[in-house]
Design a protein around this ligand. Structure first.
Ligand code: HEM
Length: 377
């Protein structure tokens, strides 16, 4: 079904991946010592308005920074209270793009601490990536609720929702970063970590911009908004159409399963999807087409395994990308051409990270492209 070029590229990537599958598989990451950044003096930037707004709120003033009055009404009370908190933490500090870039670098440096900690495949990238997605994927376009704005996964019961099992690893890790950069909101921190994870795992650049504010437990969404891996294509469509994604975007987003793994003590499922779970590639789609997938015989939930090695897995929802005709068309495109996948993934993931955030809150009309750690001057 596939061109020999693709097959041979798959073989070579599998070989590469197998080599790097040893516990110390951190070739995509550089080991780096601890570096603590001091923050520069406030600069004039597009953020000034935001922080002026926060300052006014802290002073008991009425102002909350707005781009458009339409969005401003929503969550105004929360915004004001959060503004007070943030402004206190900020102590008149006005973060500029360089400051967010420093946060990015710090997150990027932490990723391969996983290697020393003996965690998974030697990177915290996948779990941070998943945290960013679960923080955003609760969005409902009809009611405008959920999404990344208020970082409500900090609170019970959302932190205890079954779908979020294991994500405390990511949240706890990011507390280190929050302690060094207390002015950043949790929503911005978590989504920026998702961006850093993708980019540092050799994925595409993800346009991103800050402006999320910290909300309260009352802003949390009910359980059941994230997808159930045991279901079929109708469920996958219901969940992602609710967030505002179309079929092509759904297929692109699920390609995230090129990295990371399932943990039986978190989701019940077990194993990685690809041979290189810390490198972002289009291997997930290639494997879907090139391998023969059979039901795993075990005492766990229904999942597929590759017949050849029995070491890789696919969730029932992953398999809809080849069993559903429309999904399959896009998956095939992505299997054939990694650049096409990277472009579509970047656009869809950037959109995902912004779900639920009123436009008025963003500090810049155009998202930024953050530098990778190896582009650091
Ligand atoms: C139908 C849609 C999806 C379903 C049912 C699903 C389900 C799952 C499940 C069951 C796990 C294993 C969790 C564990 O045991 O640790 C997982 C892991 C993961 N998912 Fe998804 N997922 C979906 C879509 C997505 C999307 C859209 C993204 C990102 C854009 C994503 C990113 C990840 C990552 C990076 C991991 C690995 C986490 C780790 O290694 O700790 N998933 N997913």
């Amino acid at each position: 079904m596939f061109s020999s070029a693709i097959r041979s590229s798959l073989r070579s990537s599998s070989r590469l991946a197998t080599r790097s599958a040893a516990p110390n598989r951190v070739s995509a990451f550089r080991s780096s010592g601890f570096r603590k950044y001091s923050t520069d003096a406030p600069k004039n930037s597009s953020n000034t308005l935001l922080w002026t707004g926060l300052g006014a709120a802290a002073a008991g003033g009425v102002a909350w920074y707005i781009y458009s009055s339409e969005d401003a009404v929503k969550g105004a009370e929360t915004a004001l209270k959060s503004g007070v908190q943030s402004a206190k933490a900020a102590a008149n500090f006005v973060p500029a793009k360089e400051d967010y870039q420093k946060v990015y670098y710090r997150i990027a440096e932490l990723l391969d601490d996983a290697s020393d900690a003996g965690y998974d495949d030697g990177s915290y990238g996948p779990v941070l990536f998943r945290l960013a997605w679960h923080a955003s994927g609760t969005y409902d376009k009809e009611t405008g609720t959920g999404g990344s704005n208020y970082a409500t996964m900090r609170f019970e019961p959302e932190s205890l929702h079954g779908a979020n099992n294991g994500l405390e690893v990511g949240r706890t890790l990011l507390e280190k970063v929050k302690a060094e950069f207390p002015w950043i909101s949790y929503g911005d921190l978590w989504t920026l970590a998702g961006v850093a994870a993708v980019q540092e795992m050799a994925g595409p650049k993800i346009p991103w911009r800050p402006g999320r504010i910290d909300g309260f437990a009352k802003d949390a969404t009910p359980d059941g908004r994230l997808p159930d891996a045991a279901q079929g294509a109708p469920h996958v469509r219901d969940i992602f159409h609710r967030m505002g994604f179309n079929d092509q975007e759904i297929v692109a987003l699920i390609g995230a399963h090129a990295v990371g793994r399932c943990h039986s003590d978190r989701s019940g499922f077990e194993g990685p999807w690809t041979f290189s779970p810390t490198t972002f590639t289009n291997d997930f789609y290639k494997l879907l087409f090139d391998e023969k997938w059979v039901w795993k015989k075990w005492n766990g939930p229904k999942q597929l395994e590759d017949k050849k090695t029995g070491t890789l897995m696919m969730l029932p929802t992953d398999y809809t990308l080849v069993s559903d005709k429309v999904f399959k068309k896009y998956a095939f495109e992505y299997a054939k051409d990694q650049d096409v996948f990277f472009g579509d993934f970047s656009a869809a993931f950037s959109k995902l990270m912004e779900l639920g955030v009123p436009t008025s809150q963003f500090v810049t009309p155009e998202p930024w492209i953050m530098k990778n750690l190896d582009e650091k001057a």
